[in-house]
Design a protein around this ligand. Sequence first.
Ligand code: KIV
Ligand code: ZN
Length: 513
Amino acid sequence: MVENNKNDKLLVFDTTLRDGEQSAGASLTAQDKFRIATQLQKLNVDIIEAGFAASSPGDFAAVRKIALEIEGPTIATLARAVPSDIDSAIACLKGASKPRIHTFLSVSDIHMLHQMKKDRESIMSMAIDAVKRARDSVQDVEFSPMDASRSDPDYLYMMLENAIAAGATTVNIPDTVGYTNPQEFGELIAGVFNNVSNIDKAIVSVHCHNDLGMAVANSLSALENGARQIEGCINGLGERAGNAALEEVIMAVKTRPDHYGVETDINTPEIGPSSRLISNIFGFPIQFNKAVTGQNAFRHSSGIHQDAFLKERTTFEIMLPEEVGWKGDAIVLTKVSGRAGLKSRLEYLGYKVDDKELLEIFNSFKNLADQKKEITDKDLESLMSEFHRELDTTERFKVLDLDVVCGNKRDPVASITLELPNGDSESVSKSGTGPVDAVCNSIDSITKQDVNLTEFSVSSVTEGIDALGEVTIRIEKDGTIYSGQGSDTDIIFASAKAYVNAINRYLIIKSSN
Ligand code: KIV
Ligand code: ZN
């Protein structure tokens, strides 16, 4: 169980793998989740909410693997306050070294009336029963009264008191629809401390959504009023407009100890790698001016700023870029670099690879270096993402060759060869309204999955005409969205890889559920 008797320690609860996965357009495979959990372990978050065990067999298996194999952080799974969900959570976490069950149910009148269709009394007993049932098997139980910020405070206080009496070790106050503001939310948290008689027996947590752009401010206001656990997602992912961006909360606390007076155990240089990995796997780019992790976050443009910055860094910089893992765009490798140089740079970036893997990555590195003079750290991260994507989708479709003919006076035609899941290969040529359409048509005719392409975007990994292009594609199948990524200096080839990756991810997720 997480201990937090020290008043100056803030617990960081990461829900990227649960609330973050609820972001519209996100779809993670079990391998994606495990890779992200491994990175969150390096970041040293206190709690990883790995998923929602009862939601699907695939999520159950993904949470279980993380709970059994990731050491360090507490691993939580979400559960509605109903016996079947609690039992599924117990089964999922069985044998884990630091398990937590996070059970929730709605407490605002608007939710109880329209969503739950139950009265206050029934909701109260459901909450108590759920916490007791969880606590009978697991020592660490978190209870969340959903839509707390729009509930009747007196009812909320009574519910928290009952939940703690039933065994909840953490009580979490969600601003589920991002409705509140910092002053009101701070007062609500102060109200919890003043009105819940047994509050000293639990950690008070907050979970703020960003519908009005105040999730981080509301979380910090709760901290000022005594909350000692903050929930959120890296890059502010999550349902609708997302949750509090954890990296912003963490750096606010670290940059202003004079004001907040608390510390975290976060390994802050892992913030940048975590943010980039999660952006890459989810297929949601990081906005350029994003606080802490945006690519402009440490760039000074105006002459006046640059002049002062060069004289004294602190004139215009409140954090050290290295503190958040900003490694700059240092050019370190070229086509004459050898395997040892590549390995050592990968290790510096936090990737451990064995000799067999290194050989494969080295081949891709050489191909890239033939097309691109200078290989930066960002290129290497993109190369590693591509490598992991391929590993995750072995025994699925793979793009072997692509030839596209196009121009403004003719219909584009794509000739493609795919490796099939059984190891054979198949080639076809198809036309389309544009080169990407022709590529997708030819892939469709081999994979026969009848998916709809709903989103296509390209971004470049670095600057320059020879930059690697990263393509993100989203497809829709049976009402669910699946994303896929691919990178290459040729963006049409990257598009083919991204489309095939989306189809593979759909097949993997379908087969796990
Ligand atoms: O936003 C919310 O209320 C939630 C709960 C499950 C904590 O995500
Ligand atoms: Zn939420």
